[in-house]
Ligand binder design. Structure first.
Ligand code: SF4
Ligand code: SF4
Length: 440
């Protein structure tokens, strides 16, 4: 199989196509493609339980993903491309191996959480340690998600999104949908909820967020829709307010430090100790703790979901602290200490199976989620003006105007970071506000 030259693909075309990191953060992809790096790494770790989207894309469109990587490696000048994928996906790995160019290498990853955290992935794949607060570029790497590479290869406006619908749904599957379609329509396409009293969790069980209701739109960064029983203990955790989290944490934390002992960033040698943030709560009432090391928390949620025996929420304590530290412009000074993974790093990692057991997820099938052919039709879409890191886009269309799929409907303000937004269906602009609605 030939991959051809990526003749028309450039940072400019990627910018005009509105490609963003599809792994969740939504960082505009053209910015990364203007960097120079020695290694290009494909993040196919997909470590959130029950998600299958990236695996399915590699299974069905592996050649396109590799073509996207070829184009990306030319742009950043990488000498080698690595594909970080869980070693349990033997079938996908063997199919990819048959079509890989010579300077591509598969890096099989352990089935642990959070294998897809960039700091962890870069360390596992290359042995290089990104400094605390740093970027993969600091160690000569650029990391990209599978769907981002697919979007780069397709070299067209990003109007579609792949996502897995899972949990208490009748027919778990992976679908291609127009950006802006409602979550409710996607759930219905997967057979509808399998239970009466349910809620929606977007993008992940560990790092996702609770949707206010099922009318919210799918955006360029939605990778998964989970239907959960409304009374699931995990959902109750999501519903606690920060004031409750801080008050309970302050009174109940016994400083066992399990949260720190299991923290993947701490195990990587970074200066983060969530138990100290919890301890500091005791001195600050329900205000944030102000521990500078919390800046390096990746919000993986392991400390809260798995480590803490008291059902406390060190992750959210660290997350609010991070905001405060950022506002105050404080930074941890490295002080000459070399950052090295702690000796217990390999032994203390959290296997996905254990995660599934501890979170009560065994009731859901983790082996379903195959990609269905075609694109789901939508009669109406709602495209938020901010689906990316950076400034919200400004609309360039008005109500009543006709648009075709792929037409530009909003652009980032001049000179500001952002990603162009395109009509995801052909139709008429129904309204323009903090989102643009189009009816087919
Ligand atoms: S969420 Fe908890 S376990 Fe994860 S990085 Fe932050 S402090 Fe560590
Ligand atoms: S694991 Fe829980 S109880 Fe133990 S130190 Fe951390 S927050 Fe406190």
């Amino acid at each position: 199989m030939g991959f051809g030259l990526a003749v028309n693909i450039s940072p400019e075309s990627i910018q005009e196509n509105g490609v963003v990191g599809a792994g969740g953060a939504g960082f505009p992809a053209h910015v990364k493609m203007r960097a120079r790096a020695e290694l290009l790494i494909l993040n196919a770790a997909e470590c959130e339980p029950l998600l299958h989207k990236d695996k399915e894309l590699l299974e069905h469109f592996g050649d396109e993903v590799i073509r996207g990587m070829q184009a990306a490696r030319e742009m950043v000048g990488a000498r080698k491309c690595l594909i970080g994928i869980k070693n349990k996906y033997e079938g996908v790995i063997s199919r990819l191996e048959k079509i890989l160019p010579a300077d591509f290498q598969i890096v099989p990853l352990a089935d642990v959480y959070p294998a897809g955290d960039e700091f962890i992935l870069v360390y596992d794949a290359t042995g290089r340690m990104i400094p605390p607060g740093g970027l993969p570029l600091d160690v000569g790497c650029v990391v990209n998600n599978v769907e981002t590479m697919l979007n780069i290869a397709r070299n067209r406006p990003v109007t579609r999104k792949y996502l897995t619908i899972t949990g208490a749904v009748k027919d778990p599957c992976t679908l291609c949908v127009p950006v802006g379609i409602s979550v409710r329509e996607v759930i219905d396409a997967a057979g509808g909820p399998a239970i009466a009293d349910w809620v929606v969790l977007l993008n992940g069980i560990m790092m996702g967020r609770l949707a206010p209701d099922a009318s919210v739109s799918v955006t360029k960064t939605t990778g998964g829709i989970y239907i959960f029983p409304a009374d699931h203990p995990h959902i109750r955790r999501y519903q606690r307010s920060l004031t409750q989290i801080n008050r309970i944490g302050r009174s109940a934390c016994d400083q066992c430090s399990f949260c720190t002992e299991m923290c993947p960033r701490y195990l990587l040698g970074h200066p983060i100790e969530p138990h100290k943030a919890m301890r500091a709560l005791g001195f600050t009432m329900d205000k944030a703790a102000l521990i500078v090391g919390t800046t390096y928390c990746c919000e993986c949620n392991l400390c809260t979901m798995i480590a803490c025996p008291e059902d406390l929420d060190p992750m959210n304590v660290c997350a609010q602290d991070k905001q405060l530290v950022k506002q105050m412009g404080l930074k941890w000074e490295r002080g000459g200490r070399e950052i090295k993974a702690r000796p217990l790093y390999p032994a203390r990692r959290t296997p996905t199976k254990r995660l599934m057991n501890r979170l009560g997820l065994r009731q859901f099938e983790n082996n379903r989620g195959a990609l269905r052919e075609g694109v789901l039709a939508a009669s109406r879409v709602r495209l938020p003006l901010k689906q990316h890191v950076g400034a919200p886009c400004a609309p360039v269309v008005a109500p009543g105007q006709r648009v075709r799929e792929g037409d530009v409907i909003a652009r980032p303000p001049d000179g500001q970071l952002g990603a162009v937004i395109h009509a995801s269906i052909s139709g008429r602009i129904a309204s323009v506000g903090d989102a643009i609605e189009i009816t087919a």
